[in-house]
Design a binder for this molecule. Structure first.
Ligand code: PEP
Length: 258
């Protein structure tokens, strides 16, 4: 059985390795008693090796992910971190195309596409973020299709089973408007994505694709997005920085997924 995905995006937090280790340890403790969820923590680059060398070595159930990567594996690219470096460090996942990177760091569909391909090449599973802005709600289908079409250009059908698509309406993310996105609205976006995959690939790809929801998810509502198996999990930003709240999310999703 495919486990429900719970992905934590710590963003540019916390500010010390001690806090990072404590947060990781706390999630790890909850995950050890869970059977039906796969928990991924996407930490800032600087903490990844510490988290790997800590609880991970003692058989941690938490997988590691990064929040971005470069599109080349090595070379003269000052300041960049490559997918192969992340893989060698023990990362399994990498977030690509997050709306904050699109907004503040000029990430484009073209750079996202290069990063997705480089991540696959290094053996990482990309978590590809797509989502419309507030003033794009009326044209959500066009927006999502363009992001998907350009972001997945040249990505073969065989790779899609290793891809996570995170539907994150920009207006629902806590650092933006943080507006409530109902499960029904997220399910309709899920359908747009599935239809796109069906059209561009085939039915098997569309049926198997793992599509998750992200945007102000907390312990109260996390489970609503995965009901009837409509979405494959959640991406959690702010609430993943609160050990108690994140623990609540893990426990409730585990219970619902059993
Ligand atoms: C995110 O930034 O990916 C996210 C889902 O954030 P939040 O949960 O804080 O809205």
């Amino acid at each position: 059985m495919t486990k429900t995905l719970i992905i934590a995006n710590w963003k540019c937090n916390p500010v010390s390795v001690v806090e990072a280790k404590n947060l990781f340890k706390s999630a790890d403790g909850v995950v050890r008693n869970a059977k039906n969820v796969e928990v991924v923590i996407c930490s800032p680059f600087v903490y990844l090796s510490e988290l790997k060398n800590g609880p991970k070595d003692q058989g941690s159930g938490v997988a590691l992910g990064a929040q971005d990567c470069f599109w080349e594996q090595k070379g003269a690219y000052t300041g960049e971190v490559s997918p192969v470096m992340l893989k060698n460090l023990g990362c399994k996942y990498v977030i690509v195309g997050h709306s904050e990177r699109r907004k503040y760091f000029n990430e484009t569909n073209e750079s996202v596409n290069k990063k997705i391909k480089a991540a696959f090449e290094a053996g990482l599973k990309p978590i590809f973020c797509v989502g419309e802005k507030h003033d794009e709600k009326e044209i959500i289908k066009e927006v999502l299709e363009k992001q998907l079409f350009e972001g997945l250009a040249g990505v073969s059908a065989s790779k899609i089973s290793d891809l996570i698509i995170a539907y994150e309406p920009v207006w629902a993310i806590s650092s933006e408007e943080g507006e409530y996105c109902s499960p029904e609205y997220a399910f309709s976006a899920n359908l747009i994505i599935k239809k796109f995959l069906f059209k561009e690939y085939d039915k098997t790809v569309a049926d198997k694709a793992r599509i998750i929801y992200g945007g102000s998810v907390d312990g109260k509502d996390a489970g609503l997005y995965i009901k009837e198996g409509k979405l494959a999990g959640v991406l959690v930003g702010k609430a993943s920085l609160n050990a108690m709240e994140f623990g609540k999310i893990i426990k409730s999703m585990d219970a619902i997924s059993s």
